[in-house]
Design a binder for this molecule. Structure first.
Ligand code: SAH
Length: 194
């Protein structure tokens, strides 16, 4: 079966992401939310992300329904995708360690929320979103299908370009000059070269 290894790598990476999130998801239930920006737009953006990263790739991997749209890349391309996805997982993991109890899957300010500017957040302001960029670049290399491979990037674009400004506005309202200063010092998803 062609590309079986890459399909296995994709599923394994999804499992690792869920394992990284699981402890924080559990901890979250005990923390009060002080400000919530979860509206319909935010729900739609998250839904699209779920469709593009999860549902369509799993449909491609576990059913024959999307096979009409398959393509085949040379093996090196699949391995390049595997390297990207590994990079995505490392960044994702570091970001969760450093953000800790301040993490939430949606846009929220939590009880006792602290601005984190240390660790990987000292290099870039949005490591989780950077990790997602690496992931959606890897996706069409691992998921060799015009629909399920490209859906990740396609559905991530609105999430990234709509959500980041809303999130940064929320952080500015909450942390004021502290966040303004942080924005001046630290790049969004790429480290700033000095
Ligand atoms: N944008 C970040 C975090 C995504 S999780 C990243 O890509 O890594 C989303 C939540 O993280 C938001 O609800 C926001 O309150 C919180 N958040 C984002 N940046 C933060 C920071 N530097 N310190 C503390 N909390 C932050």
């Amino acid at each position: 079966m062609p590309n079986l290894a890459f399909k296995i790598i994709y599923v394994a990476a999804l499992v690792v992401e869920m394992a990284i999130r699981a402890p924080l998801n559990k901890q979250r239930k005990q923390i009060k939310v002080t400000s919530n920006r979860v509206n319909r737009q935010e729900a739609i953006l998250l839904g699209l992300l779920f469709l593009g990263n999860f549902l369509l790739p799993l449909l491609y991997i576990f059913s024959p329904w999307l096979n009409f749209a398959n393509y085949t890349l040379p093996p090196w391309a699949g391995w390049l995708g595997a390297a990207f996805v590994l990079g995505a997982l490392i960044v994702f993991w570091r970001a969760h360690v450093d953000l800790g109890r301040n993490w939430s899957p949606t846009l929220q300010i939590l009880d006792g929320h602290k601005l984190i500017t240390q660790g990987i957040y000292g290099m870039i302001r949005h490591p989780m979103y950077a990790s997602q960029w690496l992931w959606v670049l890897a996706q069409p290399l691992l998921i060799q299908n015009w629909i399920a491979g490209l859906a990740g990037a396609l559905f991530y674009l609105p999430m990234y370009f709509i959500r980041v400004p809303v999130e940064e506005r929320m952080m500015l309202e909450q942390f004021g000059d502290e966040y303004r200063d942080y924005m001046r010092r630290v790049g969004r998803v790429l480290p700033r070269l000095r």
